[in-house]
Every structure is written in structure tokens, then in C-alpha cells.
Design a protein around this ligand. Structure first.
Ligand code: ADP
Ligand code: MG
Ligand code: ZN
Length: 481
């Protein structure tokens, strides 16, 4: 007999805040790989003895914006502590972090997961989200190691979830939502390849139908969404086997090997580090002024959930509304295309998702770098909505604008694309097509409605593609009775 187990998952996510300066000095933040190692540094972020940290306002503002996007209760008073451990990338021997008084208290996010046509929503609690400084970066070689302090002292926001997720898919959806929100409010770029979003996953199992949580393991420093999903699935399978064999899961920290796709023990609860937290004596508590906080709140953009609700109220599916609000830039683009009211939401949604995002994706471009502006697409789609050109022609114009720029009206005129709308001419072509294809006519009249396709094709040929297939099928259907 094997027991059915249910996974219980909680995530700790570190995002690097996109502030101009580091957390406790005015060195440039987030300089990246192309900057020479150890050039964006000063004695403070290199941890020299006798230096004093000074909290920078930009990072605090972004931490608060991030917290508001997670529905966290902003704490008017928070404080910093020292977390002690020694490692070459932390030579001063402690990290300045927030411990018992984080800047963001409890909150939640709404995640969306499941199949496209049956999306599910669920609320995931946020325990808190606190500020801390990043460590330096070590690189290990065969016979030596190097440390780069450019990243040392960068502001991180650690977002700690409640153990509310029940599957790797939910964890994936949670990550997707956190990334969307952080980018939406400009708190972080969340570029995982640059290490701007790092994840620790905690997972335990409990028999289905029971309340009490089982013993958890933790996998640290996962740096891709795929690694999170794979690591969770591996750990769920591993713990299931342990429990079904009558064993017990050990509370421990494990390392994920993304090459071999296995987790290995790193340290157990018994040898858990004692961080000897104590209040940071060099920093006074952080107290936010009411006016300052009101200013931050007033500067928050409309959130994606609100836009999604508006798009759905206007008739889009939950899936479409989700894609069109997956980034603020995509949502802005979509709203610019539909602003005039001359292009329907559905038409704009289809063209943006299938055609535009398709092209951009193939070229690994973001919509903000789209060679075709929202205004250019809107002008093109007005011709489509007016039935003046058909979809195939519109795609040709789209490709031309995408590759070489220009205005839809000019390209349509230059190519002589505008469709024939003269009813008399269309009917004459329809009659010609009927006369030329008695088999299709007979099939159609026997009840095979699809046979009309051949006749529509005939008219398209006669019109050299300048007829609207939808109008033609109507005319043909009328003529065939
Ligand atoms: P620690 O301070 O040791 O990291 P926390 O209590 O702060 O522990 O929890 C860290 C993360 O682990 C949180 O995201 C939380 O939701 C998750 N978590 C706690 N208990 C469990 C459990 N039994 N199973 C799965 N996740 C858990
Ligand atoms: Mg932890
Ligand atoms: Zn510095």
C-alpha cells in the first residue's frame, strides 16, 4: 500500500532592486558583466573596517513600490540587523539585512495556472518582504578563485511566501506573477541570466486529506524557472520514495545539480548555521514619513490585475487578457492600438499575439523595441476592420512595415490592394466561378457546406485576391439558394 501525498511548497525569492545606487553607498548599482570587475566599488561596499553604511532612498522607494504591488502592509518603522557568516564573498563577516522588523509586512498575490481554456486562480500569501544587501561574486578556477565586488552591497528584496503552493505548476505560476509585478512597478528587471532573481524552494509532503505539515527540505539559489520546476518535481518524487519505504525526510538544505537533474544534501538541520543576528548599530531604525509614503502610493501605476479585469469585461478571454498584461509595455501597446475605438479588442489581441509577438519572439526582441509602432499597427488594422483588405493582404502589409517601416495606407495604395466592394462585379465573378465548378455546386447542394470553399477560391482567383472571402461566401450562398 502506498499513501497518496500532497506537496506543500513555500518560496523565498531574492530580487535585485533596480535602483541607481547600492543600498548603503552611492556606488552604481547593477553594472553588469561588461563592467571591469571591482570598479563599481568603494570602501563601504568592500566591507572595509571603520566604514559607515548610509541607507539610500532610491532602494527604499523601490522596496516599498514592490511591497505595494504584493499587497503588503508597508511598515512605517523597520530596522536592520547583522547576519553573521564568513565567506570570501562576504569578507566583513556579516550581511546587513532586515530580521525582526521588515519593511513590508504580510501580503498576497493572485496566481493563474492550468490549461489555457480552463485557467484557475488562487491566492498565495506573502509572509513578508525585507531589504538586504547582496554579497560579492566568486568565480572558481582550477587552482584559484576570484572575487568581484561590483555586486556587493546591491539592494535585494527577499520575498518570503507562505507555504501555500501545492504543485510545481503553482510554484511556476507564482514565480511568473512575482516577476510580472516586479517589472510592472519598475522594482527589478528580474533578468535571471544576470542573477537578478534567485529562488530558494522549500518543499514537504503530507498525506492527502491531512492538515499537519511534513518535514521540509530546502533547495537554494535556483536561477531559472525551469530549474525551480525540475528541482521541485525531483524533490517530491524523492520524498515520496523515502516516505513510502517507511523512512523519514530529514530537514536539510540540498543543492540542485541542473546538469544531472538531481538534488544532493548540503547541510542538515543539526549543522544549520548560527547567524547570531543582532541589531545593526551603525544604522538607525528606518522610519517612513507619511507624506513620503503617500507620494509613493500616488505614483503607483494601474496594476495588471485591474487591466486584466477591464479587458475581460470588454470581451477578451482570461487567457488573452493574461498575455496582453504580461508586461506593462505589451499592455500599453495594446491600449494604444485600440484607443481610437476603430479597432476591436479581439482583432488587436489576435494581431498582437499571433503576428507581432510571434515575429518579436523569433528575433528575441521585446515589444518596446518593436520595429512596428502601435500607431502603425492601428492604422493597418483599421483597413482590416473596414473589410478593405483581407487577412492575407494585411499580413503582407504587416511584413513590409515590420521590415522597412512606412504607413499602411501608402503600402496598400502602392500595391493596389484595396478590395473590390462593387456588388455587381462580385456577383459576376461568383456566377463565373459557379459555372466553372459544377461538382462543387452539386456537392454543396447535397449538403456538403464545406464545398463552398472551392467556389470562394475560384472568385479569389478571378479577382486576383482583391475580393473579401467573407463577403463572397455570403454572395455565393445567396446565389446557390
Ligand atoms: P527559515 O527561516 O528556516 O528559512 P521560514 O519559516 O522563514 O524558515 O520559512 C521559509 C520558507 O519555507 C517560507 O517560504 C515558508 O513558506 C516555507 N515553509 C515553511 N514550512 C514549510 C513546510 N513544512 N513545507 C514547505 N514549505 C515550508
Ligand atoms: Mg530559508
Ligand atoms: Zn560602494
Amino acid at each position: 500500500m502506498t499513501t497518496q501525498f500532497e506537496p506543500v511548497i513555500g518560496l523565498e525569492i531574492h530580487v535585485q532592486l533596480a535602483s541607481k545606487t547600492k543600498l548603503f553607498c552611492t556606488c552604481p548599482n547593477g553594472v553588469g558583466e561588461d563592467t571591469k570587475p571591482n570598479t563599481a566599488v568603494c570602501p563601504v561596499c568592500m566591507g572595509h573596517p571603520g566604514t559607515m553604511p548610509v541607507l539610500t532612498e532610491g532602494a527604499v522607494a523601490l522596496a516599498v513600490r514592490a511591497g505595494l504591488s504584493l499587497h503588503c502592509e508597508t511598515q512605517k518603522r523597520s530596522s536592520f540587523s547583522r547576519k553573521h557568516y564568513f565567506y570570501p564573498d562576504l569578507p566583513k563577516g556579516y550581511q546587513i539585512t532586515q530580521f525582526d522588523e521588515p519593511i513590508n509586512g504580510a501580503g498576497y498575490v493572485e496566481i493563474t495556472f492550468g490549461p489555457k481554456d480552463n485557467l484557475q486562480k488562487k491566492r498565495i500569501g506573502i509572509h513578508h518582504a525585507h531589504l538586504e544587501e547582496d554579497a560579492a561574486k566568486s568565480s572558481h578556477f582550477a587552482d584559484h578563485s576570484l572575487v568581484d565586488f561590483n555586486r556587493s552591497g546591491s539592494p535585494l528584496l527577499e520575498i518570503v511566501s507562505m507555504p501555500d503552493m501545492r504543485s510545481p505548476d503553482e510554484a511556476y505560476a507564482y514565480l511568473t506573477e512575482i516577476k510580472r509585478l516586479m517589472r510592472w512597478v519598475g522594482a527589478s528587471n528580474c533578468d535571471m541570466e544576470k542573477g537578478e532573481l534567485r529562488v530558494d524552494v522549500n518543499v514537504s509532503l503530507r498525506p492527502v486529506g491531512t492538515e499537519k505539515f511534513g518535514t521540509r527540505t530546502e533547495l537554494k539559489n535556483l536561477n531559472s524557472f525551469k530549474a525551480v520546476r525540475d528541482a521541485l518535481q525531483f524533490e517530491i518524487n524523492r520524498q515520496t520514495e523515502v516516505l513510502n519505504a517507511g523512512g523519514q525526510v530529514k530537514q536539510e538544505t540540498r543543492l540542485w545539480d541542473k546538469v544531472e537533474c538531481v538534488s544532493r544534501p548540503m547541510r542538515s538541520k543539526e549543522d544549520a548555521l548560527d547567524y547570531r543576528y543582532f541589531p545593526e548599530p551603525d544604522l538607525p531604525p528606518l522610519v517612513l514619513k507619511d507624506e513620503w509614503l503617500e507620494n509613493i502610493k500616488a505614483g503607483m501605476p494601474e496594476m495588471p490585475s485591474s487591466k486584466e479585469a477591464r479587458f475581460m469585461a470588454a470581451g477578451l478571454s482570461a487567457y488573452d487578457a493574461g498575455v496582453l498584461t504580461s508586461s506593462r509595455e505589451i499592455a500599453d501597446y495594446f491600449e494604444t492600438v485600440t484607443k481610437s475605438g476603430k479597432v476591436s479588442l479581439k482583432t488587436a489581441s489576435n494581431w498582437i499575439q499571433t503576428d507581432l509577438l510571434g515575429m518579436l519572439h523569433a528575433e528575441k526582441k521585446e515589444i518596446e523595441n518593436s520595429p512596428m509602432s502601435a500607431v502603425q499597427l492601428a492604422e493597418l488594422l483599421e483597413f482590416v476592420e473596414g473589410g478593405k483588405i483581407n487577412r492575407k493582404q494585411a499580413r503582407e502589409v504587416f511584413d513590409e512595415i515590420y521590415a522597412h517601416g512606412g504607413k499602411a495606407a501608402d503600402i496598400i495604395a502602392k500595391r493596389g490592394m484595396v478590395q473590390v466592394t462593387d456588388e455587381g462585379q462580385l456577383e459576376a465573378w461568383a456566377k463565373e466561378a459557379i459555372a466553372a465548378n459544377p461538382k462543387a455546386v452539386a456537392d454543396y447542394q447535397k449538403g456538403n457546406k464545406a464545398a463552398i470553399g472551392a467556389l470562394v477560391g475560384g472568385v479569389m482567383k478571378l479577382s486576383k485576391g482583391k475580393a473579401n472571402p467573407r463577403v463572397i461566401s455570403q454572395i455565393l450562398a445567396k446565389l446557390l439558394g
